[in-house]
Design a protein around this ligand. Sequence first.
Ligand code: FE
Length: 207
Amino acid sequence: MKRQLWALAAVCMMATAACMPVTAPETGQSVTPATDHATPANEQTAAIACSGELTSRNQEGPYYMTGSPQRDSLIDPGMPGLPILIFGRVVNQDCAPIAGAKVDFWQTDAEGRYDNSGYTLRGHTIAVEDGAYTIETIEPAPYPGRPAHIHVKVFAPDGRELLTTQLYLPGTEGSADVRAAPDLLIAYTGQDENGRQLAPFDFIVRR
Ligand code: FE
């Protein structure tokens, strides 16, 4: 929970205006959600709470494609699905931010289909100075044999691959995949004024 709170605070610091405080249902503490995923981060956060425990690795699967576009949102106009905003930081096990880390996402659409000929619902973002990243997307649907998930790869600024994993959506708690790697389950902590479910997640990777 601490990590979620500081991640929320970090995104607020990224926004230039209209950061409206909300109350986190789990704790009753006041936090502030993202208001503009496209606003670049320009401030360091004062304190980082970080467990130092490496984010679990998870299988790449057969559908990764290199060359995804850099963008803040994977949502195309008219795309159906529940909008979500995933945000947090990329840090190493010493909790030092990895500025310039590339966070590459790929996932199914709201009907459980991958685009394997183009880059629909594929894209990457670059972590800023304090390691913060954000990506707007939709909630993927499960497909046969798999709970709903979003694939992620994290690369160092020099291109080294640091992590291949998957994020599991709320509702997948009972799956064997999540039981094997419970830290990969994301939780919605609220909803912003754009109707996006807020999903804080920090990637903790090897140096
Ligand atoms: Fe998959």
